[in-house]
Design a protein around this ligand. Sequence first.
Ligand SMILES: Nc1ncnc2c1ncn2[C@@H]1O[C@H](COP(=O)(O)OP(=O)(O)OP(=O)(O)O)[C@@H](O)[C@H]1O
Length: 666
Amino acid sequence: MRETTTASDPVLTAERAHLAHAADCLTAMRAATYAVVDAGVDAWAAERLGAARADRLRALAADPGVPPFFGRTDTGTETFHIGRRHVRDTDGTPVVIDWRAPMSRPFYRASAADPQGLVRRRRFGFAGGELTSYEDELLGVGDDVSSRLLEQEIERPRSGPMRDIVATIQPEQDAIVRAPLAESICVQGAPGTGKTAVGLHRAAYLLYTHGGQLARTGVLVVGPNRAFLRYIEQVLPTLGEVDVDQTTVAELTARVPVRGTDAPGVAVLKGDARMAEVLHRALWGSIAKPADDVQVPMTGRRRRVPVERLKRYVDDLRRRGRAGDDQQVLHHAAGRERLAMLLAEDARRQAEAAGGSPTDAETRRAARSPEVRAFCDAVWPARDAAELVHALLTNPAVLARAARGVLDGGEQGLLLRPAGPLRGAPWTEADAVLVDEVAGLLERTAGYGHVVVDEAQDLSPMQCRAIARRLAAGSLTVLGDLAQATSPWSAADWSRTLVGLGRPGTAVRPLTRGYRVPGEVLEYANRLLPAIAPGLPVATAVRRGTGSLRVRPDGPLPDVVRELAATPGSIGVVCADAAVAEVTGALLAAGLPASVLGEDGDAGLLAVVPATLAKGLEFDAVVVVDPAAIAAAEPRGLHRLYVVLTRAVSTLVVLHTGDLPELLVA
Ligand SMILES: Nc1ncnc2c1ncn2[C@@H]1O[C@H](COP(=O)(O)OP(=O)(O)OP(=O)(O)O)[C@@H](O)[C@H]1O
């Protein structure tokens, strides 16, 4: 490898000239997009054109800190500069190739053993938008060598939201990013192996490669909470993808106002896949057997539909309510409409047999007649999802009927809450998922073409179903780490989650090279693995980080923080949720500008982080205050501790009062 930072280097001079040329071309591309005129088109076309132009301008918006390219490949006969988006000159000649284009693939995959047609890979170093260095790897000769620019990127001080990794995506990550759209993937990745980064880059890759198809159906990213979404929300826009929905399961299922919380045992039960059966029965079980003939008015006469035929219509429709997946099944509300039409069509056939010829409009009118409506109301009543779940959770007889043979008496008792009005009901997050399930039985839920699910190890089977309903015929990227599973329903392997997500055959791919956490810190955290996730592949860190771990008896915390603050970058002080006020108070009293990381993800450079919000986040330096308290605070406290011990990029300080969890005692 050759590296240079000499300003007079002719290569550097040439590359800087290319950079300036690329920047000019980008400006010209923006100007050309502005200049697109919509003369002579109708209002609808003008609106579409305007929207397309706005999208393109947003995608082309240059971030002054983001250089147009970051790498280059040489095949011996051709060179390509690789950047965040395609740039061409006024003749249409490519100046920069989009990192997602097939031509860019060797940049990420080529190795000494498999050069993929390259003789050289060049990486560029930038400082404040200025091209200041480059690094050449000659492929096909010698062994792979580690890249200093990659190391720098990994070790750069963190502040603010997550950044993209396009310049340094590693081969094992690239294989996931570029997997075909039709392929659902589950990534079991240790902390800091780049799961979140890979999932977001995969979304950007798929949107680029299958733009037309996915622009129609959309891409959805599901994360664990708002704080996490705030942290990741800029990555896709930086990559030029502004139309991806990023949300949480709580937001997806927000059909009722959540006011209450469930005891863990109750939450587990409400998240159990058996609840789907209970809800299905509660809804479809409320369909009654027709008891009498119905007189359907049709073109001035009444046509009698006999009860035997009515029973058959209802039974056929009920059967269709069981079949297939959410996109094919007959939904309850549609079934009700269909039943009304079946009666009207029966009457029409009778009229035709008698020599009449009722029109379609007359048939539809018959379906809406008071007689048919009254029949449907009695036999196939319209239902409201929240009302149904409320009745189920407050009325023992209703619950017993729906849950017979599925939940035992004790379980039914756990579900029940005191009777009360629907308005102001103490809905919990798990209840909201149940209401969403019923809403999904009533009507088809609109589905996305691809869904990325992060921190998926924490999803209950019912939450998985809520996501699966939004998947249509599309594919999934499931990201998670079983060792970081902290919810009370967490499973020991991925199969149940993948079944719940509707993609049981999905292959599980491991990622084990850790890019965030230094080796010393990772090995310390990994001591917990035999207890929390035996059998999982263990991560190794890409760098050692000598001196990155300090385990010390208690405090004083402000002194520790002050010492860490001497180095640039973010500091996260992580403690048990119950200790947040005390820890923040101690820091503020010492004159340190601490702020508590809230659900919305806002916090300054010195954040006090409740242990339950730490997942997915990272800080340059982390102080874990009282690990024993974090472990003791919840049933899966050791898993939580593993999460908080793996948030540091440079330094981890563990402050304890002498009672370290046994596995962490040296
Ligand atoms: N190829 C890479 N080049 C540079 N940085 C990388 C690379 N891969 C990952 N990183 C960085 O490593 C850190 C961890 O990545 P990320 O948050 O995606 O990991 P994760 O597997 O989701 O972690 P966790 O399980 O702890 O949530 C991030 O700062 C990310 O930018």
